[in-house]
Design a protein around this ligand. Sequence first.
Ligand code: DGL
Length: 266
Amino acid sequence: MLNNKPIGIFDSGYGGLTVFRSIFQQLPAYDYIYLGDTARAPYGNRSFQTIHQYTWECVQWLFKQGCPLVILACNTASSKALRTIQQRDLQNEDPSKRVLGVIRPTAEVIGDYTKTKEIGVLGTKGTVQSGSYVIEIGHFFPEVKVRQQACPLWVPLIENGEHDKPGADYFVKKYLDQALAQSANIDTILLACTHYPLLQEKIKAYLPANIQTISQGDIVAKSLVDYLQRHPEMESMLTKNSTQQFFTTTDDTSDFDHYAEIFFCR
Ligand code: DGL
């Protein structure tokens, strides 16, 4: 195990498992280490400095486990911490290491899904306030209008196992109503938080049939396949024994075991 060079996957909690699941389906041969910072989740309402500090600590831990490549499977961390990590921290720590996020790969393709050229982006407060999706989608699809909606109570509902309970319906409706009130022209809803696929059934049940929901797992996985093809120097470094290890920052791992099964096996 010590000589393994796994791909690190990071999220504030369980949500990144929805991305890891797609990555594992498309790239099953590699070794993986998943780290969920469940003790400090949710990140969504925290300050820029705090999100950067927590994310960088977790990325450094994954580097220590031997990961040459880390995926931030978290939109909040990708929008608030990735740039500083890529442009400053990695230069100081080890420029041969790579950290990739989920926003750019999503922004590169999301415009292809909409016919009306109007997208609703649902995310945490941090992701929405950063404006990252508006900026990134604007680069690739300047003709697409982006309507953002923060859904601050969805992650706490999910982290506490309430996502499939009747109480969650009220908050699903509340934020979707707010998103749709911004424009009658939205035909695509992007779940721009890796936790939200767990609410997808309720979201789909509430949305009108002409509005599609897009989650990021397969998009990010495809982009990673492409990245590894374009970067043989990284690809050849990664070990391929098909191992998956899961770590959490909480003392008691029983909750993580339970939710990892729901999220990863879903
Ligand atoms: N899963 C994270 C994301 O994609 C959000 C979770 C949080 O608020 O900690 O944004």
